[in-house]
Structure formats: C-alpha cells, structure tokens
Design a protein around this ligand. Structure first.
Ligand SMILES: [Zn+2]
Length: 187
C-alpha cells in the first residue's frame, strides 16, 4: 500500500487534501480519505475514513486515470455490480492498459464509451458467457464503442492497432451480444 506521504501527495493532486505533505496521518489526512471514499464508493459501509486495501486501490486508480488517461474519468472503469459485491474498484487498473487506451483516443481523436472496465469476480461470473479468469477481473481489460468502432472494417483496424501496443495481449469484436464494441486487454 502507498505510504502516508504518497497518499497525501496524490490526494492533494486530486483536490481532496490541502494539508501538509508530512507523512503524518492526522485528522486532515483521514478526512481526505473519507472525502475520496464518498466521491467514488457506492456502499455506505465502505465510507469509513480508514485507509485499507480498497482505499489504496481507489486512490492509486484515481491518480493513474487522471495522469495517464486525461480523456477518461475513473467512474467509467467502475465495476457494474452497483455495490452488490464490491466497492466498485476491485482491482488496480493496469498502467499499460490506460496508456494504450489513451493512445487510441489520441490517434482517432474520437470519443470512446466504455461498456465494461473493472469487474469483481462475482459480477464477472454472473455475466452470461464470461470466462472465470477474465482480464476484466484483473484491471487489465476494457470494452468500448463509439463512432470509431461503428463498422466492422473500423473495428478490425482498432484490433490491429491494439496488437502493436505496449504489453498488448488480445483484442476482439463481433462476438454475440457485443454490438459494435471492441474488447482490448493487456498481459
Ligand atoms: Zn463488483
């Protein structure tokens, strides 16, 4: 987990903390944890002002999305179980996934709508046709669509581009129920 000084630094950069960056976990720091939790967590029980593993995932993900993926918001990657099984941010978002995604956004200069980002295991397993070890459960996969994916030729072009990106693992489209979305993931 992040040390207290880094937590303060990131919370400050994200606009949740205006106190000293001194590595001391005082009231102001704990209040900032809670403000961060309030903004992103769905379940009341997760908003406790205590810095545990779930808050660590949340803070690091918030920072990564802001820095590596300026065209996207953290909420767009949220698990869709709606707080039924998880906080909404069950894993650490992979850096390469975010960098590559922003790379596509820049190349096409066209909005991308994320239909599936992070998934907790239980939510993933509840989806028809999902595989148990889906990269979505590891913060390493995203499905998206937009005008950049609205024809099969365009989707294939994106798939080809993805396979040349850093640490790219797999990309596909046009399976049942996918509509015009493209799935991309990293190793
Ligand atoms: Zn979930």
């Amino acid at each position: 987990m992040l040390n207290v000084k880094d937590r303060q630094l990131y919370l400050n950069k994200l606009g949740f903390y205006a106190g000293k960056i001194d590595g001391i976990e005082g009231d102001k720091t704990r209040r900032a944890y809670k403000t961060l939790q309030k903004k992103y967590f769905t379940r009341e029980s997760d908003i406790d002002g205590v810095y545990g593993i779930n808050t660590d995932k949340l803070l690091l993900n918030a920072k990564r999305v802001q820095y590596r993926t300026p065209n996207f918001k953290l909420e767009e990657f949220k698990c869709e179980c709606g707080g039924k099984y998880c906080t909404g941010y069950p894993s650490y978002l992979d850096r390469n996934l975010l960098n590559n995604l922003q790379g596509l956004r820049d190349e096409y200069n066209s909005p991308m709508i994320i239909t599936s980002g992070m998934r907790c295991q239980k939510y993933n397993d509840s989806l028809v046709g999902s595989i148990p070890n889906s990269k979505h459960t590891k913060g390493k996969a995203v499905d998206f669509y937009g005008t950049l994916t609205n024809t099969k030729v365009k989707r294939q072009d994106i798939i080809n581009k993805w396979h040349k990106k850093t640490n790219a693992n797999y990309a596909y489209s046009d399976t049942p129920n996918m509509g015009t979305s493209v799935h991309v993931d990293v190793k």
